[in-house]
Design a protein around this ligand. Structure first.
Ligand code: PMT
Length: 365
């Protein structure tokens, strides 16, 4: 127990309730031996810091060892898990997110935090994950929150041909969808990535279907979605295609030209309307009124969740290394602050796991 933890619960109460001895001091003048903290670190099969405050995460990220717990974590050779718990603004701060990224890169498994009402009365991401979810995550092994689940993820742009050499497309690089696929494999899932044309390596362990047009993406997704548990639509699918594709290159003739467009099928709406629908997560790319537009898409397409991102800004969204998401589901929302897409993908998968577990507590996510 840290000094702060002892402000909430006394070591005696903790000892009486848990039936275990409680360690508090790095050097206990009374009985402890000088190297007890090293023995304790070697004795442990794993270390879980729960709740992990912003301060403890910062110390762990920077190798500060100025009390028993931070020293144990630095001396540890076993797996280390942290279950962050703090005010939502503290969690959202760039410095906290940088520390989380650093810990993740050092191999520390991050569990949660969950979204909801906080002890201070504010709403947001920062509640400690529920103890049973923490236990399930640890028992499943490091980062195996999606073990046994099948995911279909769409990524990248579609290309809608005008003629053999020209097409209508958008700026999607595929980075967000590929990061999700990679994180889902790390979390133990079986992943099929349906990808538009992008310039990215296929993450190892992912099975890939390459497509060009929205119709091809529709066919590929529908052919794979019947036995999947989660569908994530991260692709930027063209809503329209040229009504007609010319067989030959269109010649320059007039000063003005008009392209007639036909509507493409809405892939995610088709997935969400199936009788055997998986848990369906959409994305919303918006230049304005994010909340309203994302909320309308969530309802109109009958999604379980939508991850909305600002696009057309200096950072985030299309073809950017980093992104931030405002995630909505029926009756709730949370903010995932600006960070690199790999980390953001892990955080979004955690939110998805928690929501799936809340919807169906018997399902092992
Ligand atoms: O690929 P990156 O460069 O990393 O950029 C990531 C991203 C900005 C493309 C990604 O984060 C994102 O926001 N993807 C969705 C972009 C989009 O097309 O949003 P939308 O609001 O137009 O569509 C809403 C949802 O419906 C999306 O899940 C989309 O995949 C889906 N959709 C849209 C049209 C259509 N015909 N079929 C669909 O399934």
């Amino acid at each position: 127990m840290t000094r702060s933890a002892r402000q909430f619960v006394t070591p005696l109460t903790f000892q009486a309730l848990s039936g275990n001895s409680v360690h508090t001091e790095l050097f206990d003048a009374g009985q402890a031996q000088a190297m007890d903290h090293i023995h304790l670190a070697r004795w442990a099969d794993l270390i879980l810091v729960a709740p992990a405050s912003a301060n403890m995460l910062a110390k762990m990220a920077h190798g500060i060892a100025d009390d028993l717990l931070s020293t144990l974590c630095l001396a540890a050779e076993c797996p280390v898990f942290v279950a962050p718990a703090m005010n939502q603004a503290m969690w959202n701060k760039a410095v906290t997110q940088d520390n989380i990224g650093r810990l993740r890169r050092d191999g520390v498994a991050i569990i949660g935090p969950a979204a909801g009402e906080q002890a201070c009365g504010e709403q947001g991401l920062g509640r400690m994950a529920e103890p049973e979810n923490i236990c399930a995550r640890i028992l499943a092994g490091t980062d195996k929150t999606m073990r046994g689940l099948k995911l279909v993820i769409s990524a990248g742009p579609t290309r809608e041909p005008l003629d053999p050499v020209r097409f209508i497309s958008n700026r999607s690089s595929g980075k967000m969808g590929y990061a999700l696929a990679e994180a889902a494999v790390r979390a133990g899932a079986e992943v099929t990535l349906v990808s538009g044309p992008v310039n990215l390596p296929v993450p190892s362990g992912v099975s890939i279907i390459r497509i060009e047009t929205a119709q091809q993406m529709y066919d590929a997704v529908i052919s794979r979605v019947s036995d999947c548990d989660v569908y994530i639509g991260a692709a930027a699918v063209a809503d329209y295609r040229p009504a007609q594709m010319e067989d030959r290159k269109i010649k320059k003739q007039h000063d003005h030209g008009v392209i007639a467009l036909a509507k493409n099928p809405d892939i995610i709406a088709a997935v969400a309307s199936r009788a055997d629908k998986p848990f369906v997560v959409g994305f919303a790319a918006e230049t304005d009124d994010l909340e309203n537009y994302a909320g309308s898409k969530l309802r109109a397409k009958r999604l379980d969740m939508i991850a909305a991102n600002w696009v057309g800004q200096a950072e985030g969204g299309f073809d950017s290394e980093r992104n931030a998401l405002q995630v909505y589901w029926p009756g709730g929302s949370c903010h995932l602050p600006m960070t690199d897409k790999d980390q953001l993908a892990e955080q979004l998968l955690t939110v998805i796991s928690e929501r799936m577990h809340e919807k169906n507590p018997t399902q092992d996510t």
